[in-house]
Design a protein around this ligand. Structure first.
Ligand code: SAM
Ligand code: SF4
Ligand code: FES
Length: 353
């Protein structure tokens, strides 16, 4: 048995490894060992979810952002970014279409846009829940005060996606302007968990200045936090940002991490992300074969899609929601899995309900 075969076996059995062992695995895994990792990850995912893949309908409702994250095309300093906001009626129309297409989760994602005050968001969330009581609403709208998170939860939002981006304070400082802090990001994540949301965190793989040491800190923190969902995808440069000349994160590293995360958090909801599909035409399929069990087709109206550009080359910007939905069904089936029309909650949430 090679060192990495032993590490993969131990990870499968005990769900964790010492930091140095995790770093060694990620830094030196070979193609033969990677096949063993993916087989173990698929076996664990199938123990908990069988062959089912959950759909999340992504509604990118605003491209305005008050923040200036150095990696993101929506950052406020990007004067070339095209800005738009969807009205409540437009968002509700996306949900109606999504429901017809079999979506049972809607993800409201956007820049940090103060134009959507708490009252507006609460009204929107309750209208979404009233129109489609069999659907879950997920928010991905960045850092807000605890009292706001409490109000959205009371209005019917049950899940929240907020990537920590990195668990290392030095690295956080290299990716964000000084007014943003890892301490506040984590405050938000702990508040969300405490309120009762199913919470997703995550990182960009291969972001500028990232080391294996940072990634290992992320993995151990996600496990300690008991993340319900983990969103990871490769970093991809956007030409109008300070990181425009940095290389994209490698797909292999992203796939290895999906496999490792599945072994460390066996029940986690793990998407094969759009960024993965952007750096490799079969990236999402490869993600599913490495342990992912969620896909997030785009439900945004077609005329705004090309304006929500976090990075260059983003896929699905010219396609209708129905086309993405059909395309995704075929892609999932091709690798032996099955899209299901279910909410797809985390098992701990279903047990508590
Ligand atoms: N504004 C909210 C926030 O930051 O949490 C939600 C929207 S933000 C665009 C969603 C995610 O996009 C971020 O958490 C980040 O990881 C990812 N992202 C931004 N720029 C990216 C890039 N250049 N490459 C890959 N992912 C990127
Ligand atoms: Fe705004 Fe989110 Fe982009 Fe940061 S990552 S600039 S908060 S949209
Ligand atoms: Fe959007 Fe294939 S998933 S076109």
């Amino acid at each position: 048995m090679t060192g990495n075969e032993r590490r993969i076996h131990e990870l499968r059995e005990t769900r964790t490894l010492a930091a140095a062992e995790l770093a060694a695995l990620l830094a030196t895994i070979t193609p033969a060992e990677e096949r063993q990792l993916y087989a173990a990850a698929r076996a664990v995912r199938e123990e908990h979810y069988g062959k089912e893949v959950y759909l999340r309908g992504l509604i990118e409702f605003t491209s305005h952002c008050r923040n200036d994250c150095l990696y993101c095309g929506l950052r406020r300093s990007n004067a070339h970014a095209e800005r738009y906001r969807l009205t409540e009626e437009q968002i509700l129309a996306c949900c109606d279409e999504g429901h017809r297409l079999g979506f049972r989760t809607f993800v409201l994602q956007g820049g940090e846009d103060p134009a959507y005050a708490d009252d507006t968001l609460c009204d929107l969330i309750s209208r979404m829940r009233a129109a489609h009581p069999d659907c879950a609403v997920t928010l991905s709208i960045g850092e807000r005060p605890r009292a706001s998170y409490e109000r959205y939860f009371a209005a019917g939002a049950e899940r929240y996606l907020l990537r920590q981006e990195t668990s290392n304070p030095w690295h956080y400082g290299k990716l964000h302007p000084v007014e943003l802090s890892l301490a506040n990001r984590k405050r938000c994540l702990y508040d969300l968990k405490d309120i009762g949301y199913q919470v997703g965190c995550g990182i960009m793989v291969g972001s500028p200045y990232q080391t294996w040491g940072h990634v290992v800190e992320d993995l151990l923190w996600m496990q300690e936090f008991r993340a319900d969902m983990v969103g990871i995808g490769p970093f991809i440069p956007h030409r109008d940002t300070p990181f425009g000349n940095h290389a994209a994160g490698p797909i292999e590293d992203t796939l290895h991490l999906l496999g490792v995360i599945r072994l460390m958090l066996p029940e986690v909801l793990l998407p094969a992300t759009t960024a993965l599909g952007t750096i490799d035409p079969l990236g999402r399929e490869r993600g599913l074969l490495a342990g992912a069990n969620v896909v997030m087709p785009n439900l945004s109206p077609r005329d705004v899609r090309s304006k929500y550009l976090l990075y260059d080359g983003k896929i699905c910007t010219g396609d209708e929601a129905a086309e993405c939905r059909r395309c995704m069904e075929r892609r999932v089936a091709r690798v032996g899995y099955r899209v299901v029309e279910k909410r797809g909650d985390h098992p701990s949430w279903r047990d508590a309900a």
